[in-house]
Design a protein around this ligand. Structure first.
Ligand SMILES: Nc1ncnc2c1ncn2[C@@H]1O[C@H](COP(=O)(O)OP(=O)(O)OP(=O)(O)O)[C@@H](O)[C@H]1O
Ligand SMILES: [Mg+2]
Length: 287
């Protein structure tokens, strides 16, 4: 199954064009949606999750029209929103059973409870299943969020910036879980962390100000800048010399500025040719 998006546009009442004629095809596996704050990622995800209407365009999941066959699409969908809202004082197992009932999971309460227990084990929360979700740490909440999104074996899993605030260990655990899921279903993950997309996603897109800037694999993205990225470590006092260059990024490494620029030729003999990385591609599209 694949998800085909064509010409999707959305303008909010305030006049912000959050999606501007976006088209892309998303196959089974992990798909990274990369964009800076306000790019339109959540708007796109809410639209695909049938929670919001687009002004125009189409989105098809297999044969289903996402914008029209909403009830059918919801049966195939798991969604973890960027903001989960209030965390209830209910235990994880009670809450998940309740959500499972609402989603019509299982044919009997016995089967439903088994499914819930298996999911809690899968996200590594079985031992703390009787604790209130409101007492969970950020990482545990996100894992609970994935458990609820996985109820009913979705074919399409949408997770909106799921790793914000997680420590590196939790982030890894969370991503291992997602990439396991991504072996058989479509997983769309939005983030502004370039490294996450590079590690996890076989396909990706970059959006900025509602417009699609790139779609393809991370290595294809890097190839688009081949031979055009140059780098130089410099003194802070020399930064002024960069003003006419097309700067991708200036980072401090051990306190010294390291600049990366995008130019067809070396801007000066002090610059070395650099292997383009995904962050270069990201910056080249959002500046
Ligand atoms: N309900 C709304 N009403 C009006 N404008 C909105 C609404 N939701 C989002 N926007 C605007 O639409 C644009 C895209 O927002 P969106 O939340 O889709 O971006 P995002 O890529 O998810 O950003 P972030 O990384 O900060 O979550 C922004 O300019 C935002 O201010
Ligand atoms: Mg968002």
């Amino acid at each position: 199954m694949q998800l085909v998006i064509s010409g999707l546009s959305k303008t909010y009442s305030g006049g912000v064009r959050a999606l501007d004629n976006v088209s892309m095809t998303i196959p089974t596996g992990m798909f990274g949606l990369l964009g800076p704050n306000g790019a339109g990622k959540s708007t796109l995800m809410r639209t695909l999750a049938t929670l919001q209407d687009a002004d125009s365009g189409k989105a098809k999941l297999g044969d289903l029209d996402i914008l029209k066959d909403k009830t059918e699409v919801r049966k195939l969908l798991g969604y973890l929103p960027q903001e989960f809202g209030v965390y209830p004082r209910t235990s994880a197992v009670t809450l998940l059973r309740h959500l499972a009932t609402l989603k019509g999971v299982g044919t009997s309460s016995k089967e439903r409870n088994e499914i819930v227990d298996a999911l809690l084990a899968r996200v590594n929360l079985f031992d703390v299943r009787n604790k209130a979700v409101s007492t969970y740490s950020g990482g545990m909440r996100q894992r609970f969020g994935i458990a609820q999104a996985l109820l009913g074996d979705p074919r399409l899993l949408i997770v909106d910036e799921p790793t914000a605030g997680l420590d590196p260990g939790e982030r890894n655990r969370f991503y291992n879980l997602l990439s396991e899921v991504g072996e058989s279903v479509i997983v769309i993950l939005s983030t502004h962390i370039v490294e996450d997309v590079k590690q996890l996603c076989s396909q990706m897109a970059i959006i900025h100000r509602g417009k699609l800037q790139f779609a393809g694999s991370p290595s294809e993205a890097e190839k688009t800048l081949a031979g055009r990225v140059w780098t130089r470590t410099m003194a802070k006092s020399e930064l002024a010399f960069l003003k006419d260059m097309n700067i991708l990024s200036t980072k401090l490494i051990e306190g010294r500025p390291v600049v990366r620029v995008l130019e067809d030729h070396a801007p000066s003999p002090q610059f070395d040719a650099a292997e383009p990385n995904l962050e270069d591609v990201f910056f080249s599209h959002i500046q």
